[in-house]
Design a protein around this ligand. Structure first.
Ligand SMILES: O=C(O)/C=C/C(=O)CC(=O)CC(=O)O
Ligand SMILES: [Ca+2]
Ligand SMILES: [Mg+2]
Length: 388
């Protein structure tokens, strides 16, 4: 038997307990929980965790999420079988869940206004619908990849406004989008709507997302149906799913919503979240996006996603859209940070705009916990490889 040392200031203390899928040289992939600098093999708690995915557990629903969390707190705060405890540095993490459908929203007013100015100069930055509904699109679930996966530079059609015709080639304007993703645990049948105040009954947890974006491909292809190949080549997520149950102390009001949204989008107790993100480019922090600035809450996103009677499923991932704050160094995409590539920023002493082959981007986040310690989300990382 052993006892896990949990420093008081650990971002992975008893208030957090994020779930992930891990393996070791001797163990096939299975579900574990991160506790300080250790991973506890949850197959000692229940067989549902022997699966290489969180989906079977998530599908058991909110009452089970609460009950199992209490059991894990008891288990890891006392003496525990040492064979079930692995140093985090000795495990490999994998995709934590099977992505069912993937939706990406556009919930930051700062980001949407900046992109409107960059993509549609001369017209109103926000479209007339933007303050009435959380704008989103359906993305590609099959190309959601775990943190650490290399990102091959995408190729496709590019056409700058001055070009007479499109050309095929590797993207020259490869970008990131720092986002927060919400994982549906308990779905809803076709024909049903998820009420805006039922969010916590359906959403199991939260991950960090990097929605890699090829701006030159996107700018040419997106009219009028929205993002397609400029974003579908890869979306990276962090390995640890922070339970929504761990984020009670991170809840804040969303910014004032004017005009008042339609009744199905009105929350009794809004699900704004006070997460602090960082974006590092080749090891240098270049941005600190504040999630609390997001106009639409994830509860409003889920209510909107199902208001037409579309079903939702265990493993559905919906992302917030790029998190950007009002200040320049709070922007969650390089197209905004460098104003369309016209205002380079200095990274390790060199002027930079979009991503070059070999670049690495790491996104992290923390949130206030119930005591002094912060809740950690770990990180989502990826390195750019040359086009094929
Ligand atoms: O305004 C546009 O035409 C394009 C917007 C995006 O690229 C944003 C997107 O993917 C959603 C987001 O991350 O906010
Ligand atoms: Ca996005
Ligand atoms: Mg993407």
């Amino acid at each position: 038997m052993t006892r896990i040392a949990i420093p008081d200031d650990s971002p992975f203390g008893l208030a957090n307990l994020p779930y992930g899928v891990f393996s070791t040289p001797g163990l096939t992939p299975r579900v574990g929980v991160r506790v300080a600098d250790h991973v506890v093999d949850l197959t000692i708690v229940d067989d549902v965790f022997a699966a290489p995915s969180l989906n079977p557990f998530m599908a058991q629903g909110h009452a089970r999420w609460v009950e199992v969390r209490e059991r894990i707190i008891d288990l890891v705060s006392g003496d525990i079988d040492g064979a079930a405890v692995h140093p985090v540095g000795a495990v490999t993490t994998h995709m934590p869940f099977e992505v069912a459908d993937y939706v990406d929203f556009y919930a930051s007013e700062h980001h949407a206004s900046n992109l409107g100015r960059l993509f549609r100069p001369g017209s109103e930055p926000l479209m007339p619908n933007w303050k009435h509904l959380p704008v989103g699109y359906h993305g590609r679930a099959g190309t959601v990849v775990p943190s650490g996966t290399d990102i091959v530079r995408p190729s496709g059609q590019r056409k700058a406004p001055a070009d007479a015709a499109p050309a095929y080639g590797a993207s020259r304007r490869l970008d990131i989008e720092a986002e927060v993703g919400f994982v549906v645990g308990a779905g809803s049948p076709i024909g049903a709507q998820i009420g805006v105040d039922d969010f916590d009954q359906h959403v199991f947890g939260v991950v960090l997302v990097n929605d890699w974006s090829a701006r030159d491909i996107q700018a040419w292809e997106y009219v009028p149906l929205g993002p397609f190949l400029g974003k579908s080549f890869a979306t990276s997520i962090s390995p640890w799913v922070v339970p929504l149950l761990a984020l009670e102390s991170a809840r804040v009001a969303t910014p004032p919503q004017d005009p008042e949204p339609l009744p199905y989008l009105r929350e009794k107790n809004p699900w704004g979240l006070d997460l602090d993100l960082t974006v590092s480019w080749n090891g240098q922090v270049v941005s600190r996006p504040p999630y609390r600035e997001m106009y639409w809450s994830p509860a409003q996103m889920l209510a909107h996603m199902t208001v037409n009677g579309a079903s939702s499923r265990t493993g559905d991932l919906f992302a917030s859209g790029t998190v950007s704050g009002p200040d320049r160094d709070q922007r969650g995409a390089f197209i905004e940070l460098t104003w369309g590539g016209k205002e380079p920023i200095e990274v390790n002493g060199a002027p930079r705009t979009f991503l070059e082959d070999g670049d690495e981007v790491v996104i992290t986040a923390t949130a206030p916990g119930p005591s002094g310690a912060r809740i950690g989300f770990g990180e989502v990382s990826g390195r750019v490889l040359p086009a094929r």
